[in-house]
Structures are given as structure tokens and as C-alpha cells.
Design a protein around this ligand. Structure first.
Ligand code: DI6
Ligand code: FE
Length: 402
């Protein structure tokens, strides 16, 4: 056992320990040793003879696993409120991207910002998520789009993990958009992205590799070159797939055993089957769907029927989802995508963790990381029901209360 035992008592546990159901334990308790859950169950049922070093009273609060935001683009310079205004005056997201705005304008602001400035703005955003119970966050690069700036953004993400009380997983997304210096030469740019990856890996900057496979992003053939490089380095892949059009990206990613495919509004029935066969997680991003006023719904019923695990994430980014609340995404996943409240909560806990390849968190069970949140709620469905409220009372991450 790693360290003295801490008892957290007077908890109404939402364990999500089994594949179905909330796993409610009234009059529950958690025993924590170091950063792990040592035991979880009904108060008093723990093994006799344990030496409990400290006790903490949760006051009868509802307790869930810590939340996992498995898809964010948190590190960038500037913001894009003027582009939002342009869209309200008639321009489309794709028009703006083609005219050199969109991701490229954030690229310019990111390159112009110092690493300390990038850290400060991303930390402010991370803290908003953390206040709502987020204990694990994935952070992608993708706004530097040069060797040095991509490495800088990944290093800022790593620094967030070191300096905030937050577990961070990094994803290299050099293949997010074509930088202007490669205009008309996307294949040359993809060769560059592939050339950067070994160095990023050697520097300990990257946990997974992603790409934006779309008509305004990169083709399946270009995506495949990035994936081949990732595979050669032993790095897992994930993909922005079928967001604005069906490119067959999900099936391609599934062939590489992708941890997840994300967005998926235009996913075909074959794509659904490919995800199911590969065991990849479908990450649903209702914030981008909402903010871009998309009308094509992801095929949630087909994904569910095929047994594909569903995750939900914020997709925080300045262009398509300037969203500072994962709890709001729970509500939108239900209202817009028709997930049940239980599916939505699984989407930001156990399935969000799985989308990052993390099997050690997302449930309240012995051996899992001691990441949990006490909420001022009487039933877990309230997490997805109310919006614009933060009912988090206490957040414990890695066994330590924030
Ligand atoms: N899809 C998205 O929705 C974001 N990236 C992507 O590949 C948008 C990023 C942005 O507009 O800045
Ligand atoms: Fe994204």
C-alpha cells in the first residue's frame, strides 16, 4: 500500500463500476492510499484491522469519478470573436478558413505569443474546467504549425500538467491546417509533420498523434502518412474524422487501432462498423456542433447499437468551440445528441479516459486513481440536466484535495 490510508466518508457514490447503471452506493466511503483508491464500498464494510491515518467527511454529497476532458485545443494565442461576428454577418466557417482566417489566424497569434503568455492564457482556461471537477485533460498542439512552435505548444501543455493540479495528456496535431508557407504544397507539409514527430517523442512531449482529415484539412492519404510515422514510433493515433464531410477517415483510423475518432457528424454505417471492430471510442463534441450551427447529427443510435463506447468532450478551441465548461457539454450531449444522462457521464469519465488509452481512471473502484468529485446534487442525472451551474463542492485529484 502506497502511503497512509485516508478515509473519505459520508459519500453517496456513483461508481460507474459495472458496464451499465450508475453503480450507486448509498452510505458509501472511499479509502485512499497515495494517489490510488485502496477500497470503495459501503461505510464500515472495509476490511478489519486497517490503520486509518485521517478521516474526511463528505457531508452526504454525491460523489462521482473525476471528470476527463479527452479532446481540447487549450494552448493558443488570441481569440476569434471577430470571426464569430463575421459568421453572424453571413460568412461560413469554411469560407473564413479558405480565405486564410480561421485556424491560420490563431496560428499567427500563437506564433507571436511567448511561451509564458501561452501558458498563462491556457492555465486560466484549464482552471475553469478544473473548478467543475475535471481532473484529466487532453491537450492538442495544432496552432503552431512549425517545428519550433508545435514543440513550444506541447511543452506548454506539459507545463500545465506539472504546475496545475491536473493530469494532462498531450496530442501532437501538426496536421491540423496548412500553414501559409506551404500554400499549395500540402504533401511537403505532411512530410515536415512526419519529420517533427521523432523529436517530439524523444523530448517526451507527445502521448498520441492526431490529424484533421477533411476537405478543408488533410486527405486520407496524407493522414495515413502521419499515422504510419506514429506507428513506427509506437505512438497511438486518434483522428478528427467526418466532421464536415465523409472522407472515410474513421475507417482509416480504425485500421490503425485508433484510440478514438472524434466529431463524426458525417460518419457512414461502414465507419460505425469499423469503429466497433477496432474498439475505438467515438468522441462526441456537441460544442462544435452547436457553435457552427451544424445540422448533421452524429449517428448516435447506430454507434450505440454497434456497442461503440461514447465519450463527450469540450473540443475547447477558439474557432469552433470556445467552450469553458465540460458540464455544459453533458447537457448538450443529451439535448442535442440524445445521449442519456448516464451515457453523458460515462462519456466524461470512463469512456473519456478510454479515449486517451487510460484504463486507470473514470470509475470508483479499488486500484483506480483517487480522482473524485463531491457534488451538491441528490441524483447523478442532475449533472446533465441543469446548465450554467457549477455544483462541485470538492475535487480530489490523485488523492489530494484541491
Ligand atoms: N475541427 C475543429 O472543429 C477545430 N479543429 C478541427 O480540426 C477547429 C479549430 C479552429 O477553428 O481553430
Ligand atoms: Fe478538435
Amino acid at each position: 500500500m502506497a502511503g497512509p490510508l485516508h478515509l473519505w466518508r459520508q459519500a453517496r457514490l456513483v461508481t460507474l463500476a459495472s458496464p451499465g447503471g450508475w453503480g450507486l452506493v448509498e452510505d458509501g466511503a472511499l479509502l485512499v492510499a497515495g494517489d490510488r483508491l485502496h477500497w470503495v464500498g459501503r461505510a464500515g464494510d472495509w476490511p478489519a484491522g486497517l490503520d486509518i491515518a485521517a478521516e474526511h467527511d463528505l457531508g452526504g454529497a454525491l460523489v462521482t469519478p473525476g471528470l476527463v476532458d479527452c479532446h481540447t485545443h487549450l494552448v493558443y494565442g488570441g481569440q476569434r470573436a471577430l470571426e464569430f461576428e463575421a459568421r453572424l454577418n453571413g460568412a461560413t466557417y469554411a469560407d473564413i478558413a479558405r480565405a486564410g482566417g480561421g485556424i491560420r489566424s490563431t496560428m499567427a497569434a500563437t506564433r507571436a505569443a511567448s511561451s509564458d503568455e501561452l501558458f498563462a492564457s491556457a492555465a486560466q482556461r484549464a482552471q475553469a474546467f478544473m473548478a467543475e471537477g475535471v481532473t484529466t485533460m487532453e491537450i492538442k498542439s495544432g496552432y503552431g504549425l512549425s517545428e519550433a512552435d508545435e514543440a513550444r505548444c506541447l511543452a506548454v501543455a506539459r507545463r500545465l500538467g506539472r504546475e496545475l493540479h491536473l493530469s494532462v495528456r498531450t496530442t501532437s496535431l501538426g496536421a491540423h491546417a496548412l500553414p501559409p508557407e506551404f500554400e499549395g504544397r500540402p504533401d511537403d507539409y505532411i512530410a515536415e509533420v512526419c519529420r517533427w514527430l521523432p523529436g517530439q517523442k524523444a523530448a517526451g512531449l507527445v502521448d498520441a498523434v492526431d490529424a484533421f482529415c477533411d476537405s478543408i484539412g488533410f486527405s486520407p492519404a496524407q493522414t495515413q502518412r502521419v499515422f504510419d510515422t506514429a506507428r513506427g514510433l509506437g505512438l497511438p493515433v486518434k483522428l478528427h474524422a467526418e466532421q464536415l464531410s465523409d472522407q472515410g477517415g474513421a475507417a482509416l483510423a480504425a485500421a490503425y487501432g485508433a484510440l478514438s475518432c472524434d466529431h463524426l457528424e458525417h460518419l457512414s454505417p461502414q465507419g460505425v462498423q469499423a469503429l466497433a471492430a477496432a474498439g475505438s471510442v467515438a468522441v462526441l463534441l456537441p460544442g462544435a456542433y452547436y457553435f457552427l450551427r451544424d445540422t448533421q447529427l452524429p449517428p448516435v443510435a447506430a454507434l450505440r447499437a454497434a456497442g461503440v463506447p461514447l465519450a463527450v468532450a469540450s473540443d475547447h478551441n477558439p474557432g469552433s468551440s470556445p467552450c469553458w465548461s465540460l458540464l455544459l457539454m453533458l447537457n448538450m450531449a443529451c439535448t442535442l445528441f440524445r445521449l442519456t444522462p448516464e451515457e453523458a457521464l460515462r462519456g466524461v469519465t470512463v469512456n473519456g479516459a478510454r479515449a486517451l488509452g487510460l484504463l486507470d481512471r473514470g470509475r470508483l473502484a479499488a486500484g483506480q486513481r483517487a480522482d473524485f468529485v463531491a457534488w451538491d446534487l441528490s441524483h447523478p442525472s442532475e449533472l446533465a440536466y441543469a446548465f450554467g451551474r457549477n455544483p462541485a463542492l470538492r475535487v480530489v485529484a490523485g488523492g489530494v484535495a484541491r
